[in-house]
Ligand binder design. Structure first.
Ligand SMILES: C[S@@+](CC[C@H](N)C(=O)[O-])C[C@H]1O[C@@H](n2cnc3c(N)ncnc32)[C@H](O)[C@@H]1O
Ligand code: SF4
Length: 371
């Protein structure tokens, strides 16, 4: 049974120069109506696709609307979207998590309350930098006072929210991340997501980007500071105040559970005990295109996800029992020495450290000759 749905909302008011996500500039309200019509078509097609794979929706544990900028989907339009979902039997169970991504400067207090009345119980606020200079360097549309106002709205309404931050920004040498985190934690977020800026070749501030060593130092410093403030570093980019405040939706991806998806460019997964399918909407054909994930790709994906989490895992069972135990023990011993895995870790119980999160590509590389 399918119990999680991701909805991609692809519009933004301004297109930030570092962003590689699929998005369009919102210039007129008719774009939203066209989008809602497309969602209606897609969700009906999705029911058929699930049926074809012998699957169906149960009441949802998690619903996640990501962007783009979903806070441009105003409460009346969000209601229309949810009403269309419920027409095909899609609704939330009694103990659900319903997250929407919101951008500072794109919503007010009343809208926040109205989204909550529609069932939203988790907000993900795209702060990126809590400093005017770095907001400008990041080409953000909002200024610091708008970020503060959004944080005040969330605090005042006692909302459950997560803060997104980007590190590894241009001119990082002068950035005081510790101060930003301390100031942000005063608004009582339940969660932080901290991403290292990734850029394309033609990124305009390429010359001003920090080197790898500075990025590593900042990442580890942020991890230590958040841990000090009581946030548990449970995935490469994610920190939660308590275990129950970890992202239930994202954990489904990391645990390799099915997550359905609609929206332009959203990817859904159907995980069966013996098979995994991935699908995406293709506007040209006006339908979902599906492919099976199998063999080496499947092992690589599972390994990639396991190496990004603090939860311990069994390396041998991901790689298969035919791989020599002695060979893997040597690799794990090497990772111990480099500080990538926690002391006491062994083959059946591998626990990655924050340094290991950062070096997970290199750990994956160490195993490429046997995958
Ligand atoms: C899908 S984006 C949309 C969120 C929202 N529109 C915003 O800008 O705050 C989700 C998150 O991905 C992160 N992100 C986007 N582009 C990134 C990049 N090039 N490098 C690292 N993180 C990025 C940001 O932290 C952002 O909040
Ligand atoms: S607002 Fe968010 S999704 Fe839109 S361009 Fe900026 S970073 Fe990307």
């Amino acid at each position: 049974m399918l119990k999680s749905l991701y909805v991609h909302f692809p519009y933004c008011k301004h297109l930030c120069n570092y962003c590689d996500f699929y998005k369009h500039k919102l210039t007129e309200s008719s774009q939203i109506d066209t989008y809602l019509e497309l969602m209606d078509v897609q969700v009906r097609e999705l029911v058929k696709l699930n049926d074809f794979h012998g699957e169906s929706f149960d009441l949802l544990d998690t619903l996640y609307i990501g962007g783009g900028t979903p806070s441009l989907l105003k409460p009346d339009k969000m209601k229309q979207l949810l009403d269309n979902f419920s027409k095909v039997g899609l609704s939330l169970n009694s103990n659900y998590e319903f997250t929407i991504e919101i951008d500072p400067g794109t919503f007010n207090l009343e809208e926040l309350e109205a989204w909550k009345e529609l069932g939203v119980n988790r907000f993900s606020l795209g702060v990126q930098a809590y400093n005017e200079k770095y907001l400008r360097l990041l080409d953000r549309r909002h200024d610091l006072s708008e970020v503060t106002l959004s944080l005040e709205y969330l605090s005042k309404t006692k909302s459950n929210f997560s803060v997104d931050l980007i590190i590894g920004t241009p001119e990082s040498e002068a950035r005081d991340l510790i101060q930003e985190i301390e100031q942000l934690s005063d608004f009582s977020p339940s969660h932080f997501s901290v991403y290292i800026l990734s850029t394309r070749l033609n990124y305009p501030l390429k010359e001003k980007l920090p080197d790898e060593e500075k990025i590593r130092d900042d990442y580890l410093e942020v991890s230590r500071q958040l841990e000090k403030l009581g946030f548990h570093h449970y995935e490469v980019s994610n920190f939660a105040k308590t275990e129950t405040m970890e992202s239930v939706h994202n954990k489904k991806y990391w645990d390799y559970e099915s997550v359905a998806a609609v929206g332009p460019n959203a990817t859904g997964t159907i995980c069966k005990p013996d098979k995994v399918f991935r699908y995406q909407w293709k506007s040209l054909s006006g339908g979902f295109q599906t492919e099976e994930v199998k063999g080496e790709s499947l092992i690589l994906e599972k390994l990639f996800l396991a190496l990004r989490r603090s939860k311990s895992f069994n390396l041998q069972s991901i790689l298969g029992m035919n791989i020599s135990q002695q060979y893997l023990k040597t690799k794990v011993e090497n990772w111990h020495q480099l500080g990538y895995v926690e002391p006491g870790s062994d083959l059946e119980n591998l626990k990655i450290t924050p340094l290991g999160f950062l070096m997970n590509d290199s750990m994956l590389g160490d195993l490429m000759d046997i995958i």
